[in-house]
Design a protein around this ligand. Structure first.
Ligand SMILES: Nc1ncnc2c1ncn2[C@@H]1O[C@H](COP(=O)(O)OP(=O)(O)OP(=O)(O)O)[C@@H](O)[C@H]1O
Ligand SMILES: [Mg+2]
Length: 1007
C-alpha cells in the first residue's frame, strides 16, 4: 500500500472513506449488504440475509458499479495527488454462514471457505477489473459478458483454478431475475429456425416472420433462438416496436440501427465515435444523416440539405452496404411489428432485401392482425405459432404448480381455460397465488381450496386486471403512469409526472422487470399485455392528465431536441385530448421532417388535418387550421407520389373558398397540377394550371406568382400550349425583375426556368431570341441550386435535341454530364433522374454506336425509375419512343412499329401531339417508311396528316419544319422524285433560316 506513504495517513483516510461511501451506495442499490471493512477493502454479501434469486447477477452489477465509482474518484485523486488509484474486485458464489457477529456498523457478516475464495479472486483481478470464480461465472452465464476462462494460481490451492474476467452485462432488455418455465413443445418451430440460422451462418441469410396471438409464445421463441445464436457466437440485435410509437416516424428503425451500432446508452459524443468505428469509410455527409437518425447529431454540424427521398435512399444504401460488408453472422430481431411506424416499415423492408446475401438471420414477430410490408418480403419464411397442445399446456401447468395432489384438479381447470395459451396459464397461476388460493412457491404450490370452488377469471385480460387491482394504491398509480410512458420507463420520468414511484411490489409480482442498472434504473413491462391492461383499466380522465404531463416533461427534459421529439409530444397531447396543442406539434414535426423525410412530414400533416377537422364548429381558428395542413399536403403530393386529385383537393378548394384564402388554394393547386402531369393526366394538368395562374394573378402577390410558375408552366409544356408558355414566362420574367431567387419556395430559381421556357416557346412559335434566352437561363441556373441547374439543363437539351433545334455535340454532352454530377452530389432523386434522362436522350442522338448504347441504357434505367416511383409519367412515352427506335435500328422493326404506333396514339389521345407527339410522329413515320410495305406508307401518310391537322392558336413553325421533312420522306417512298426535291430544299432552307442545328444536319444528310 504505497498510497499511504505517498499522500500521508490523513489523506488516505479521506480517500478510503469516500470510496467506502460510494461503494456502499452502489451495493445497496443492488440489494447487497456491506459486511466488513478489511482495512484496504470492503466485503459485501448478496443473497443473505434475504434470498435473492439473482444474487450473482446483482453482485456483478454492483461490482461494475463500484469500479465505475472508483474510476470517477480516481480522476480527482490523479489531479490532486498525482496518483493512480486502482481497485480490484473479486466475486465468488456458494453457501456461507451469515449472521450478526459483534456489533457496530459491520455487525452482519459472512464466514466460511467461500469467503476466502472471493478474496482470492480479488487478488488475481487486474487493477480496475472484476474477477469471477467458476461458480459465479456459471450463475451469470447468459446475463453477463465474460472473458475466456483463465487458470490462476491462488494461495492455499495446489492446482490453478479457473477464473473469468467480468467484461459487462449482456442483454439489457431482459429483466434480471426473470424466471422462465422450461420450453414446452415448439420442437418443429425451433428446428426449422435452427436450420435457417445455420444457413445464415454459412452465408445465406433469411427473413423469418413469427406470427401468433398475444401470449402464444412469439417472444419466447425468439429468446430461445437468441440464446442458441449466442451459443454459436452470433451477435444478437433487437428492436421493439411499441403501441404508443406506431405513429412516430423512424422509431423502430432508429432503435434497430442503434442496437446494431451499439450506441444504446452512450452519450452523443461517444456514440458518434462508435458509429464511425463501425463504418470507417463512410462519407461525412452520410454519417451526419446516420447521426441524425439515431438522435446523436452534433449540433455544430448542419444536416446536408438534400431531398428526403435521397436521404432515405442514402441511409438505406449505407446500412445495406455495411450489412453486406458484415462477415460475422448476426441475428436481428424486430419484435411486435404490428406496432411498427410506417417510415420504419418501409426502410426496414429495403434493409431486409439484402439479407439473403449476408450471414444474417432476421426474425420479425407480429400478431395476426398485421399484414404490412414486412410480412410480404419476397422469399421470407413464416412460422405461425399455433396454441400449445393439451398435453403441452398440461406439462407447463404441472411445472408451474408442482406435484402436490391438492393442485391436481385446479391444474386441470387452468389448462382447460388457457386453451393452449401459455401466458394465460402463467397469469392464472400468479393470480391464484396472489389471491392466496395457492400457497408456497412456484413449482411447489399447495392449494387451499377445492378446485370446484375456485373462481378463475375468464380471459387473459381479466386475469391481469385482477392482479393489478390487488396492488396497493401507490404501486398501482406507478404502474398506470408507467403504462402511459411506454413499455420501458425510468423513475425520473415518473417523478416528473408527479408520481411517487413505487416499484418493488410490481417487480416482485413480475408485472415489471428491472432492465437498467445505472444510477437511473429502468424498467420494462414483463409482457406487452400487462401494459395494455394497465393502460386500459385507468379512468380516461386520469390517463389524459398523465399524457398531458408527459408531453410537458419530454419537452422540458430535452428542450434542444424539441423538434425531433415533436411527433412524440404531439402523440401524447393528442392522447390527452388537447387537440389545439397537439396540432401545433404535428405541424412542427412536419416542418422538421420536410427536410428529412417527406413521407414522415406527410404523416404529421395528416394527423394535424384530422385534429383540425375534429374541432368544434365554433372554434375561431378551425378554418385556418383545417386549411394549413391540407395546403401542404396538396402542395407536396407530387413529391410523395400521392394522388390528391378528387376529394382531397376538392375539399381544400371548398375550405379556401369559404375562408377567402386564395393563396393557400393556389399553392395546393400548383401541387395538384404537377401531380396530374406526373400521373400522365396532361389535359387536367393544363386546365388546372390555367385556373391556378388566374388565381395567383388575382391575388396580385408577385412572389406567389413567380414561385408557382414552375409547376404551372410545366403543365403547359407537356400539353404543347406554347402561347401560354410564352405569355406566362414573359410575365414571370417581368415580375421577378432580375431577382434569380424570387419566389424560391418550390424551386431555387424560378427566373432561370422562366428564361429557359420562354426560349422553348420562342423556337416553337418561330420567334427570335430563343438562343439568348436558353443561354441566359443556363447561366443563371448554373449559379443557382443543383435542382434548378439540372432542371434547366433538362429543359434545354431534353427538348432541344429530339425536336431538332440543338445538336448533341461534344460540348453539350460535357455540359449535361456536369449537371448530372452536380445533381448526384446534391442527392436529389428527381434532379438525378432528370439529368440522367437528358444525358440518355443526348447520347441516343449521337452517331457513335457505343455512345448510343450507353444512352439507351440510361434511358431504360430512367424509365424504370419513373415507373417504379410513379412520377414524370407524361414523359415516359418519349423515352419509350427512343427505346423502340433503337430496337428498330437493331433490326427488330416488326417489334418496334406496334410499340411506336401505340405511343403516338397515346400522345394524341392525351393532348400531347404538339409537344412530344411531334418527334414521336417523326420516328414512327421514318420507321414505317423504312419497312416500306404499301400499308406502311399509307399509315405514315395518315400519321403526318394527323399531326398537320392538330389545331393551334398560332402557327407552330416547329411542326411546320417537321412536316416538311416527313413529307419529303413520304414523297420519296411514293417514288415521286420531283416532290421529294421540292420538300427537301424547302426543308433545308427553313432549317437554315431558323438556325435549327439539328434539322440542318438532318437535312444535309438527305440525298
Ligand atoms: N412453449 C412455451 N413453453 C413454456 N413457456 C412458454 C412457451 N411459449 C410461451 N411461454 C411463456 O408464455 C409467456 C408469453 O409468451 P410470449 O411473451 O412469448 O408471448 P408473445 O407471443 O410474444 O405475446 P405478445 O404478442 O403479447 O408479445 C412467456 O412468459 C413465455 O415464457
Ligand atoms: Mg411478444
Amino acid at each position: 500500500m504505497d498510497i499511504a506513504a505517498a499522500v500521508g495517513a490523513e489523506r488516505l483516510r479521506e480517500i478510503m472513506s469516500e470510496l467506502l461511501d460510494r461503494s456502499t451506495a452502489v451495493v445497496k442499490r443492488y440489494g447487497g449488504t456491506l459486511s466488513q471493512f478489511t482495512g484496504d477493502g470492503i466485503m459485501a454479501v448478496f443473497g443473505a440475509p434475504i434470498t435473492l434469486e439473482d444474487h450473482a447477477v446483482r453482485a456483478c452489477l454492483a461490482a461494475l458499479g463500484v469500479q465505475e465509482e472508483a474510476k470517477r474518484l480516481a480522476v480527482g485523486v490523479q489531479e490532486r495527488d498525482g496518483l493512480d488509484l486502482w481497485l480490484r474486485v473479486g466475486l465468488n458464489s456458494g453457501r456461507v454462514i451469515a449472521g450478526e457477529i459483534g456489533s457496530g456498523p459491520f455487525g452482519y457478516t459472512a464466514v466460511g471457505g467461500q469467503v476466502g475464495m472471493a478474496q482470492r479472486m480479488e487478488s488475481v483481478a487486474p487493477p480496475g477489473g472484476v474477477m469471477l470464480s467458476a461458480s459465479t461465472a456459471r450463475l451469470v452465464d447468459g446475463a453477463a459478458a465474460l472473458g475466456e476462462a483463465e487458470l490462476v494460481q491462488i494461495k492455499g490451492a495446489d492446482e490453478p483454478v479457473p477464473a473469468h474476467r467480468l467484461l459487462g452485462m449482456g442483454d439489457r432488455h431482459r429483466g434480471v431475475g426473470r424466471v422462465e418455465s422450461n420450453l414446452v413443445g415448439r420442437r418443429w418451430e425451433m428446428s426449422a429456425v435452427e436450420g435457417l440460422l445455420q444457413r445464415a451462418v454459412d452465408g445465406h441469410g433469411a427473413v423469418v416472420g413469427v406470427v401468433g396471438l398475444p401470449g402464444i409464445g412469439k417472444s419466447r421463441l425468439v429468446r430461445e433462438v437468441a440464446a442458441m445464436a449466442r451459443d454459436r457466437d452470433v451477435e444478437v440485435f433487437t428492436a421493439f416496436c411499441e403501441s404508443h410509437t406506431s405513429q412516430v416516424p423512424f422509431h423502430a428503425v432508429a432503435r434497430l440501427v442503434r442496437a446494431a451500432t451499439g450506441v444504446e446508452g452512450l452519450d452523443a459524443v461517444t456514440a458518434r465515435v462508435q458509429v464511425r468505428a463501425r463504418v470507417p469509410d463512410a462519407d461525412a455527409e452520410d454519417l451526419a444523416l446516420v447521426d441524425d437518425l439515431l438522435g446523436i447529431a452534433d449540433p455544430e454540424v448542419s444536416l446536408p440539405r438534400i431531398d428526403p427521398d435521397a436521404r432515405r435512399r442514402r441511409l438505406t444504401a449505407l446500412v445495406n452496404a455495411s450489412s453486406l460488408a458484415r462477415e460475422t453472422p448476426a441475428l436481428y430481431i424486430i419484435e411486435d411489428a404490428h406496432w411498427i411506424d410506417e417510415i420504419s416499415e418501409s426502410m426496414l423492408t429495403e434493409f431486409l432485401m439484402v439479407i439473403p446475401q449476408t450471414p444474417s438471420l432476421v426474425l420479425v414477430t407480429y400478431r395476426p392482425e398485421y399484414h404490412g410490408a414486412l410480412t410480404q418480403m419476397a422469399g421470407a419464411q413464416t412460422v405461425a405459432l399455433a396454441p400449445l397442445s393439451d398435453a403441452e399446456i398440461a406439462a407447463l401447468v404441472f411445472e408451474l404448480l408442482g406435484p402436490d395432489p391438492s393442485v391436481g384438479a385446479l391444474g386441470q381447470t387452468i389448462a382447460d381455460r388457457a386453451a393452449g395459451n401459455p401466458f394465460f396459464a402463467e397469469e392464472m397461476v400468479r393470480e391464484l397465488a396472489e389471491r392466496g388460493v395457492l400457497r408456497g412457491e412456484r413449482g411447489t404450490y399447495i392449494s387451499t381450496a377445492e378446485a370446484a370452488e375456485v373462481n378463475v377469471p375468464a380471459t387473459l385480460h381479466a386475469t391481469i386486471a385482477a392482479r393489478i387491482d390487488r396492488l396497493d394504491p401507490k404501486a398501482k398509480r406507478t404502474l398506470s403512469a408507467a403504462a402511459v410512458i411506454g413499455s420501458r420507463f425510468g423513475l425520473d420520468l415518473l417523478t416528473a409526472l408527479g408520481v411517487e414511484p413505487v416499484v418493488g411490489d410490481q417487480v416482485a409480482a413480475q408485472l415489471i422487470d428491472q432492465v437498467g442498472f445505472t444510477r437511473q434504473p429502468e424498467y420494462v413491462f414483463h409482457h406487452p399485455l400487462i401494459r395494455t391492461v394497465a393502460y386500459e383499466s385507468q379512468l380516461k380522465s386520469d390517463r389524459a392528465d398523465l399524457h398531458r404531463r408527459l408531453a410537458a416533461a419530454i419537452e422540458a427534459r430535452e428542450p434542444e431536441s424539441a423538434d425531433q421529439n415533436a411527433a412524440l409530444i404531439a402523440e401524447h397531447l393528442e392522447a390527452a385530448g388537447d387537440g389545439h396543442a397537439a396540432y401545433g406539434w404535428h405541424m412542427r414535426a412536419a416542418k422538421w421532417a420536410t427536410n428529412r423525410d417527406i413521407a414522415a412530414a406527410r404523416l404529421s400533416w395528416e394527423r394535424a388535418e384530422k385534429i383540425a377537422d375534429a374541432l368544434p364548429a365554433e372554434d375561431p381558428n378551425r378554418a385556418a387550421m383545417r386549411i394549413a395542413p391540407r395546403t401542404m399536403l396538396c402542395g407536396i403530393a407530387w413529391r410523395v407520389h400521392v394522388s390528391v386529385a378528387g376529394d382531397h383537393f376538392d375539399e381544400l378548394r371548398e375550405l379556401c373558398t369559404a375562408a377567402g384564402d386564395k393563396a393557400s388554394l393556389a399553392i395546393g393547386m400548383a401541387g395538384l397540377v404537377i401531380d396530374h402531369a406526373f400521373q400522365d393526366r396532361v389535359r387536367e394538368a393544363s386546365q388546372l394550371a390555367s385556373e391556378a395562374m388566374g388565381l395567383a394573378e388575382s391575388i396580385g402577390d408577385a412572389t406567389l406568382t413567380v414561385g408557382l410558375s414552375f409547376p404551372l408552366v410545366y403543365a403547359k409544356i407537356e400539353s404543347g400550349e406554347w402561347c401560354d408558355v410564352l405569355l406566362w414566362s414573359q410575365r414571370v420574367i417581368e415580375l421577378a425583375d432580375g431577382d434569380p431567387s424570387k419566389g424560391d419556395f418550390i424551386v431555387g430559381s424560378p427566373l432561370a426556368l422562366a428564361f429557359t421556357n420562354r426560349g422553348l416557346a420562342q423556337y416553337f412559335l418561330g420567334r427570335h431570341g430563343w438562343r439568348d434566352d436558353l443561354r441566359h437561363g443556363l447561366a443563371m441556373a448554373r449559379s443557382a441550386d443543383p435542382m434548378s441547374y439540372a432542371t434547366v439543363v433538362a429543359y434545354v437539351y431534353d427538348a432541344g435535341i429530339p425536336f431538332g433545334v440543338l445538336r448533341p455535340d461534344d460540348g453539350v454532352v460535357r455540359e449535361i454530364e456536369d449537371a448530372l454530377r452536380v445533381a448526384e452530389r446534391s442527392g436529389d432523386d428527381l434532379a438525378v433522374s432528370n439529368a440522367r434522362g437528358t444525358l440518355g436522350m443526348a447520347l441516343a442522338h449521337r452517331q457513335n454506336a457505343g455512345e448510343r448504347d450507353r444512352g439507351l441504357t440510361l434511358l431504360a434505367d430512367v424509365s424504370d425509375a419513373f415507373l417504379g416511383r410513379g412520377h414524370n409519367l407524361a414523359e415516359l412515352p418519349m423515352i419509350n419512343v427512343y427505346l423502340a427506335r433503337e430496337r428498330a435500328r437493331h433490326g427488330d422493326r416488326e417489334g418496334a412499329i406496334p410499340l411506336l404506333r401505340a405511343l403516338v396514339d397515346h400522345l394524341f389521345r392525351e393532348g400531347q401531339l404538339l409537344a412530344w407527339g411531334i418527334p414521336a410522329t417523326g420516328v414512327l413515320v421514318q420507321t414505317l417508311l423504312e419497312r416500306g410495305a404499301d400499308d406502311d406508307v399509307a399509315e405514315a401518310e395518315a400519321a403526318i396528316e394527323r399531326l398537320a391537322a392538330a389545331p393551334t392558336d398560332e402557327g407552330l413553325v416547329l411542326r411546320d419544319i417537321w412536316l416538311l421533312r416527313l413529307r419529303a420522306l413520304l414523297a420519296k417512298a411514293h417514288g415521286d422524285e420531283a416532290s421529294y426535291c421540292d420538300y427537301r430544299d424547302g426543308y433545308r432552307e427553313m432549317a437554315t433560316s431558323l438556325d435549327f442545328e439539328g434539322h440542318m444536319e438532318w437535312a444535309e444528310a438527305m440525298p
